[in-house]
Design a protein around this ligand. Structure first.
Ligand code: ZN
Ligand code: ZN
Length: 592
């Protein structure tokens, strides 16, 4: 998983991924390219003016002090902005552009159409109470050290002015909301209250702001706390006889999938492929288990149900794991081994000047995930990439044991491949070198997650783990998570999949523990489409590598494929495929 900075109001996938200069220097290209690059810069500044919270979350701080009240007037202005930009885009002729600008163009167009669709068709401001949430942005301003504290607190103070009006408007617009999203909104708002309470007060104490001003600031924060409490009371007492279903429905789902995943296939096609993939993986797992059986169970009889037999083997293999206090050290020691392996097998070139720092998960992230990557935002050049590892200190022995069985001696290696080398971290380093703000800001989730999943298999295919059947079995279990994420998401939102069937899918067919399966059910009932990104991206990369092999023939090398694929930045796989498989550009304009 990649840690997202904020849940953005339009639920646009945000990737705190790449660091880039806002003004990319002169790139070779036609006058059209030059004009288009100017337009991009203009477009982004206008975008942040219309969506200041989003700007803050990607590190663009010009509008930090602004909070727009989400009323009809604001929405109309935003929609007008979107339509005007679509119009402006229409005036360019992308066919003559440099490859990188062609991609930017397609990404911007898709993004704007997506926003228009969200405002005109999806209308989640009417039925999703989590649409209204200011806490993330305020917490970001308070916790991230991008500017001196006093400056950030002043912006915080000015931005607070509209908070009461903001929630008044929310209460006016919400009708028959989704119950699950209503409960989540209550949870998120109650959980975030301290941002305007103790957190803000503690930060104020660290400054030399005059006492009288401090008092004004604290008084305004109190009004914000009241407004948030008012909103949660409103949600708790809302008469909601005919709530909207949390299931998105097939029509909206296919549209959302098209805009968000930007795959070359439909959601239905990807779902069908995932169902087939699951069958294939089960067959492979059964073969491996049969082979391993005598080694672990001797003459003991095998369970008659194949999946029960596989589950028994997985349970047995999961017993080997790090001690709770060694977990972080295990990860730190694994990373250089992965780097060495990638170099030995010539899988791709790594940049030794961009080290990855392993750190204990910072306090404000605690409880989100056991391990994750944090990377600087698109406008933020100065910071490191971090591999955050949650501490298991203070966990009950049962909880720690269950966690460590999940991240046992096999899967902890796959975790490090996925999150770091050559997964997310390596992809981000490459992405940072692709000179496009557009691609970093609208980074494609399916490409990013797909690469991480693809890189797991690529490592094993090349002999990582010595081809041990144990390693392969555990990878298949891990991989089933991605596959079943897609089956679950599509099933729930398009096919009315009941909870009981979903739990059987996750626990019996994907070998997950009850707690993990329950967590996944909760996630699928408050999100849609995002869970498709892992398997869809993986499948598209694998498919396109086959096409690339046919194109290149005898000269094919894995390294060239990997490096070329990554060189385009976090663009949709579909667009990378178009670029890589295109006939050579006659003007030779493509940048290498
Ligand atoms: Zn991931
Ligand atoms: Zn144990």
């Amino acid at each position: 998983m990649i840690k997202k900075t904020l849940a953005f109001i339009l639920s646009v996938a945000l990737f705190a991924a790449c660091k880039k200069d806002a003004s990319v220097g002169p790139i070779q290209g036609s006058m059209d390219d030059v004009a288009f690059n100017k337009y991009e810069t203009f477009f982004l500044d206008e975008l942040w003016k219309q969506f200041p919270d989003w700007g803050t979350s990607v590190g663009y701080h010009k509008y930090d002090s602004v909070l727009l009240v989400p009323d009809k007037k604001t929405r109309d202005k935003q929609l007008r902005f979107v339509k005007v930009q679509l119009d402006s885009l229409g005036k360019y002729q992308p066919t003559a552009f440099l490859q990188t600008n062609k991609m930017d163009y397609a990404i911007m167009q898709n993004q704007l159409q997506y926003m228009q669709w969200q405002m005109e068709q999806l209308k989640s401001y009417e039925w999703d109470p989590t649409y209204y949430n200011i806490i993330g942005t305020f917490a970001y301003i308070l916790n991230e050290h991008y500017a001196p504290l006093e400056k950030r607190l002043t912006n915080f103070y000015q931005k607070m002015l509209n908070v009461p009006a903001y929630y008044k408007e929310a209460e006016k617009d919400i009708k028959n909301p989704v119950v699950e999203l209503t409960n989540l909104a209550i949870e998120q708002h109650q959980g975030g209250l301290s941002v305007f309470g103790a957190d803000f007060a503690d930060s104020l104490k660290k400054t030399k702001i005059p006492e009288a001003t401090k008092k004004l600031m604290l008084d305004r924060a109190k009004l914000c706390t009241d407004a948030i409490n008012g909103y949660t009371d409103f949600l708790k007492n809302l008469k909601n006889d005919q709530p909207r279903s949390f299931r998105l429905g097939k029509a909206l789902y296919e549209d959302k999938f098209r805009y968000e995943i930007q795959a070359s296939e439909t959601a239905q096609q990807i779902y069908n492929a995932a169902v087939e993939r699951k069958k294939f993986v089960h067959r492979e797992m059964a073969k491996i288990t049969l082979k391993l059986w005598p080694k672990y169970f001797g003459n003991q009889p095998k369970p008659t149900d194949t999946l029960d037999m596989i589950a028994k083997m997985i349970d047995t293999l999961s017993v080997k794991h790090a001690r709770p206090d060694e977990f972080q050290a295990t990860i730190t020691q694994l990373l250089p081994k992965l780097t060495t392996f990638v170099a030995q097998k010539d899988l791709l070139t790594m940049d030794p000047t961009k080290p990855l720092v392993v750190r204990k998960e910072p306090g404000y992230m605690t409880g989100v995930a056991g391990a994750s990557m944090s990377s600087p935002g698109p406008y933020d050049n100065t910071q490191n990439s971090y591999f955050n590892v949650g501490s298991l200190a203070g966990w009950s022995p049962e909880k720690a044991e269950s966690y460590l069985r999940e991240y046992n001696q096999y899967t902890v290696q796959i975790l490090c491949i996925h999150e770091a080398i050559p997964g997310h971290y390596v992809q981000l380093v490459y992405s940072n070198k692709a000179p496009s703000m557009i691609k970093s800001i609208f980074g494609n989730g399916a490409m990013v997650e797909g690469w991480a999943v693809y890189s797991e298999q690529m490592m094993l295919d090349n002999g990582f783990g010595n081809n041990d059947p144990e390693m392969w079995l555990m990878w298949y279990k891990w991989h089933l998570r991605s596959v079943c994420n897609t089956i679950l998401d599509y099933g729930v939102h398009c096919q009315n999949l009941p909870k009981q069937t979903a739990m059987t899918l996750l626990m019996h067919e994907a070998f997950q523990q009850q707690a993990e399966a329950e967590g996944k059910w909760k996630r699928v009932s408050v999100t849609s489409v995002q869970l498709d990104s892992y398997y869809t991206g993986y499948k598209e990369i694998m498919d396109m590598r086959d096409d690339w092999k046919s194109k290149i023939g005898d000269k094919y090398t894995l390294k060239e494929f990997n490096e070329k694929f990554l060189s385009y930045g976090s663009a949709p796989v579909k667009l990378i495929k178009e670029a890589m498989l295109a006939k050579e550009n006659p003007q030779g304009a493509e940048k290498h």
